[in-house]
Design a protein around this ligand. Sequence first.
Ligand SMILES: [Zn+2]
Length: 564
Amino acid sequence: MIRRKFPAIAPLILFFLTLGITVNAQKIYWGNEVPLGWNGQWADKFLTVAEKSGYERTTSSEEVLEFLNTMKWNSECVQVINVFTSELGRVCSALVLANPRVNSPAEARRSGKPVIYLQGNIHPPETEGKEALLMVMRDILIGKSKHLLDNQIIIICPNFCVDGNDALTLQQGTPHLIGSGTNSKGFNLNRDAVKLESTDVNGLYKNVLNPWDPVLFFDAHAMDRVKYAYAICYATCNLPAASPEPRDYIWNSLFPAVRDKIRTNFGLETFTHCLSDEENWPPTIWSHDKAYWFIEGKFLANAYGLRNRMSVLVETPGHPSFERKIYAQYAYISELVAYTNHHGKEMMEICRKADEKVGNQITTNAESGRLRNFVQGKYESWGKVDVLAYEKNIPEYIPGTSAIRTRPGTADGPPQVIHGVEHMTKPVGTKTAAVPSGYLIPKSLDFIIAKLRLQNIRIDTLKTPLTVSGEEFLVDSLRHERWYGFSMTRLIGRFTPAAARTFATGTFIVNMAQPMANLAFFCLEPETPDGYAGWGLLDPFMTGLAAHGHQMIYPVFKFFEKIN
Ligand SMILES: [Zn+2]
């Protein structure tokens, strides 16, 4: 999908001027600019820490809880849920905003309204999403935006990485103190969507995503110093194994509509979450890969698409002022929830149909062994676009201080328009595997079963022996590769047909005729780069076999047909 970057307003302005009508061209704010008084007028008790400190400080985990408590005591539209208790004993709370208030997931379902989940601070150095979420929550609960609860239920978890938020260090810009990028155990929580080794993400799945089943998952981030001129950039699930309809809807309908509204109502330019090939000038590529938004399920917003649901991840550039980054997040989130208030029902319907389609495909096509899905992918270009960027973005010390700013004249004011840049954000599958009627998993792999259940995948146990035909994966070699800080397992091998195999009572069975089939496929296929095999969860089992002189066989069996 290629969209024009600017409305063609110049000829229109000329047209109206000749008619004697004056038109105000939309003012766009660049660099650190924000409109005066953009955050409104509030009594002291409703101000955030960022506002009270002149945008020099961010809210601590305790202060977040105090703010949520203030909202609770001043609104009838709030229910509090505890997402998890951290390793260091901090509680991560989320507010459920609904009018009338809902007290449970069952009440939410009965209301028929879509649930929208908004999350901030998974990476505490990128704290502006947290601050903006507190402000959006305030607008809705005690300000001008209560109507945004007419057609939807909004769950806001502003401070997801509660321990990292308070592990403060000094930084060069604002806020002056920032948290750590990981939780107290050193886990990067936005790499844990498949492996599920952190308390934090376990809690998110168990207490929010599984019971409340949000139609949309929103995750707020920030980047480092960049050369592009956008106030905020956006992405959605890019996994070729995910149902295309929810992703296509976000890409074709939600993204362009929200983008236009932010330009009109907030004076900000936004675009896809990418970086250019900045070593070349002018750049020729605008790519998700350059921004580390890889085709991988470890990111929460990607994995969520495997559930036939929608997701949006946004990132502000890192170098502007804290106030500017909060303004950009505030603008995006405000227009996002305005959009979902109008279109949430339509979004639910798309997701419901995707659920149905995924299950039906298995029922009608999996037995033949010819149903296939993607285990790997890459980005291709949608075509050429124009990108807004600065040739230079130079850091320098603020005179008389030890703090760093962007040198005036670089990365501020109106940017250059770079024409004809390849828009490398179209995910395409590059390798497929057969989608089975089901997976059979030995009893000894019960730790895998716990992870699958946490992913909301339905699993049964054989009550009597079952004979099936299908295929198994013979592993010729198993090797480990470093990939962006992680040791990943690569299995080299091949599938081979297996006729009439009998599995004992007690074997776990994942019947794939369920809405979560794409997620089960992603986790269990041996060739998915960051499925369970990729994360090395099955290494001990396979190397144990090899130690006894057997061929390594991937322990999860794919069956197509039940024989008896
Ligand atoms: Zn981040």
